[in-house]
Design a protein around this ligand. Structure first.
Ligand SMILES: Cc1cc2nc3c(=O)[nH]c(=O)nc-3n(C[C@H](O)[C@H](O)[C@H](O)COP(=O)(O)O)c2cc1C
Length: 382
């Protein structure tokens, strides 16, 4: 095996993530690829797609978002994990990843009002959310970041059904051989719609103060833990920024607000947190250099993942990713964060689309082999 280059050594230390042994700190970020059939079954090509990244030296893969139901799915091309062929394809993926010596966790996803109804399995069914409208017509937020079409406010029965479908999907993930799960509670999707007061205007116990706004996520974590038992890591991804393009939103305005948000989730039994930012090095709050990952770790003590533009010069813009991002091999910043204990793991997203071997090339200092990210590559499932 080629020697580890000194500047990248901190990325290639082993780590214990809630009982799951990882060979190194480099994690594949969850990336929706829309290569399923309209019935939520992964395409055949997914097995080699994930195998390639595992063989490329990644310590852990976070799967693309897996819809917990048809209503949860962003569109009909998002995979599910229900019994039958959808489940069987995931078994093949986890087997392939394990055979290549890596680990894989399932990202479970409900888009709420972020569902693209016209591209869903049944466009006649309204999307659901904490309140019927994402942002109120006339909200100044709409001018800067857009809105989503209205749906229907969730009833108590809808809430109970969502808790149940997440628990069922988590148990299925464990049975399919995943090494843990991650709840997608970021980017303005269902859980985040409950977290953000702008999109959660409920007056019952699922709205109002931070205890109310985190209640759905807390109930989901507790129910999953009850069903999967101990020793199966449950992670949660959260973000300040929201879709469609609310990149400058700060739903937690101070470290104190962030602590009030994270505390109930930690108490519910979350094993690790993924602080989703578009540039992993940016300070989270005025008056401190600490990143969102750094604050998350400082406030909770849990294992934390950092993410955003690793190995690239351009930040992530979901609906406007036209630019080609050049490779950026400034590993000093990442290595420093890991060494200082500001984060434990580093997620790599787009760089892995064009460089399945990213981890191995960075480990050995073979930077010349890295190619730029190119959005056109999303058309290939390679
Ligand atoms: C094609 C694509 C699909 C994505 N799908 C998801 C997803 O399913 N779940 C999620 O939490 N984030 C998703 N993201 C966001 C990534 O996980 C990551 O946070 C983002 O790309 C920033 O990391 P990067 O700069 O290394 O690409 C997606 C990003 C891309 C580029």
């Amino acid at each position: 095996m080629t020697a580890v280059s000194p500047e990248s050594a901190p990325l290639f230390e082993p780590f214990d993530l809630g009982g799951c042994h990882l060979e190194n700190r480099v994690v594949m970020a969850p990336m929706t690829r829309l290569f399923s059939h309209g019935d939520g079954i992964l395409a055949e090509s997914a097995v080699d797609y994930y195998r390639r990244r595992a063989e490329g030296g990644i310590g852990l893969i976070l799967s693309e978002g897996i819809a917990t139901s048809d209503l949860a799915a962003q569109c009909a091309l998002v995979p599910k994990i229900e019994p039958g062929p959808a489940f069987d394809m995931w078994v093949r993926v986890t087997d392939a990843v394990h055979a290549a010596g890596s680990k894989i966790m399932a990202q479970l996803w409900h888009t709420g009002l972020g569902r693209i109804r016209t591209e869903s399995k049944d466009p006649s069914v309204l999307s659901i959310g904490p309140t019927a409208e994402y942002l109120l017509e006339g909200s100044p937020q709409i001018e800067t970041g857009g809105n989503t079409p209205p749906g229907r406010a969730m009833t108590k029965a809808d809430i109970a059904a969502v808790v149940e479908e997440f628990a069922v999907a988590a148990v299925a993930s464990k049975e399919a051989g995943f090494d843990g799960i991650q709840l997608h509670a970021a980017h303005g999707y269902l859980f985040d719609q409950f977290f953000w007061p702008e999109t959660n205007r409920r007056t019952d116990e699922y709205g109002g103060d931070i205890a109310g706004r985190t209640r759905l996520a807390v109930e989901v974590v507790e129910e999953i833990r009850r069903r999967v038992g101990p020793g199966f890591p449950i992670g949660l991804r959260y973000s300040q920024w929201k879709l469609p393009a609310h990149y400058s939103v700060r739903s937690h305005k101070t470290p104190q607000e962030l602590e009030a948000f994270l505390t109930p989730l930690v108490k519910a039994g979350v094993d690790f947190l993924d602080a989703s930012t578009r540039r992993y090095w940016e300070p989270a709050f005025d008056g401190s250099e600490l990143t969102l990952a750094g604050w998350t770790k400082k406030l909770t003590g849990l294992p934390v993942m950092a993410v955003g533009s690793v190995g690239l010069s351009g930040a992530f813009r979901p609906y406007d990713m036209t630019e080609k991002a050049d490779p950026d091999v400034d590993l000093g910043r990442i290595a420093g964060m890991l060494t200082r204990g500001e984060a434990d793991l580093i997620l790599v997203g787009r760089a892995l689309i064009t460089n399945p071997e990213w981890a191995n090339n960075v480990r050995t200092g073979n930077y010349a082999a890295l190619v730029p990210y190119d959005i056109a590559k999303l058309a290939e499932h390679w």
